[in-house]
Write a protein that binds this ligand. Sequence first.
Ligand code: BG6
Length: 485
Amino acid sequence: MSHAVPLTFSQGFLIGGSFAANQVEGACREGGRGLSVWDCFRLNNRGQGGDAFTLPYRDVLAAAADKNDADYPKRCGIDFYHRWREDIGLFAQMGFCALRLSISWSRIFPHGDDAEPNAEGLAFYRSIFECLRENGIEPVVTISHFDLPLHLALEYGGWANRDLVRLFEYYARTILDAYHDVVKTWITFNEIDATLHIPFVGAGIIPDQVANVKAASWQALHHQFVAAARVIRYAHMTYPDLRLGCMATKNLKYPKTCKPEDCLKFLRETEEDAAVTDVQVFGRYPHVVTWEWQHEGTAPVMEPGDLDDIAAGTVDFVSFSYYASLVVSAQKDPAEMASANLLVGQKNPYLDQTPWGWQIDPVGLRYSLNEMYARYNLPLFVAENGLGTLDEFDGHTVEDDYRIDYVRSHLRQVLLAIHEDGIPVMGYTHWGCIDCVAGSTSQMKKRYGFIYVDQDDEGRGTLDRFPKKSFYWYRDVIASRGAIL
Ligand code: BG6
């Protein structure tokens, strides 16, 4: 970057880190917590009959009854439940302005449908939020990050059941009422598009228990849109100083060639991917969705007033995760496939990829910010970005120059989007700022953190924390407000 004066982030820019309750907390049976759907996955989903994100009903039942928590990495996390003061201290040393974290629904309502909230769970998060504020760190809270109380999946069929709208509203109002004084920035659902791609994780739908998975997923997603909109409306009316946003996976795609067939497929997929955010920003379903319902017979059942609720509860900002981009071609070439978070697509010969096959595309982040601002005209928040890779720990630290390169190249593009393109970016919270259990595979060896956690895939280790080289580098980035980038 050759600018006479270095580009910087503004004072209010929310730079920091990000993680989710189920990937860090552990203590799955302490403090009154109930199990969640994510607690059913073993390492790599090993020994069970599904893919990384899906379990057959018999395996969900078996997991629900299994008390060997050590076999389920997300039940153990990285013990943030007991070490949160130390971890927040480390984030403060890096100078974090923000920490995006989620509340575990089953810590507040262990079964999801309990009459009263669990006081111990409420007290736990209050201590964390207060500690963050004492350290000058703004909490950005996700209400639901893939950890639906397991009871709601088993007894209600997950979000395909209308009752979930009411139960979620009760849960969300409870935490808004409890924390509105200390948490000003909220995100309703993490990667809400997951309901369509990985319905068990996104919505608690057990695929072999429903006649038509696509129809059940749309039904669930409709319920989530209604519930999110009602919660946003409630918050806007009750606590006008709060800002609430949606969150989706940014599946950036490029057409493989300028062949019209490739471009048409690219256009279709881009519109389909944008649809979940369109609904929450514009307050209505776009054509691409209603056409799909008509065409495939998957239209959800709606109650009178649902569409009005969706229209009345639109978001204040748009947040998203950005890890990779993909290429779209009318002709599939299985030899050329690459993955990007929840999706697969084709390889891009101009990009490198991580050991997990996610294509690294910093310029794509600037592209995404431009594209989304043109479409939504709302402040944008990069809620997740980071490099999941193998680290070599030498007993003291990790020399992770590759992580520094990754984050530097992405943050430079954020600065360019802000200063050269005029895009209002609210913040950037680096995913897995401390090593945590991987969402997709439940591995520990897929590490994102600036802080190394001494724990392996099998759960062995001291759980001690060690700053990596990137820890000091990120600290300096924040201290200079990006000037050293
Ligand atoms: C996002 C999720 O999809 O990607 C996180 O919101 C997840 O929960 C992150 O951890 C990275 O994915 P993974 O599988 O590498 O942990």
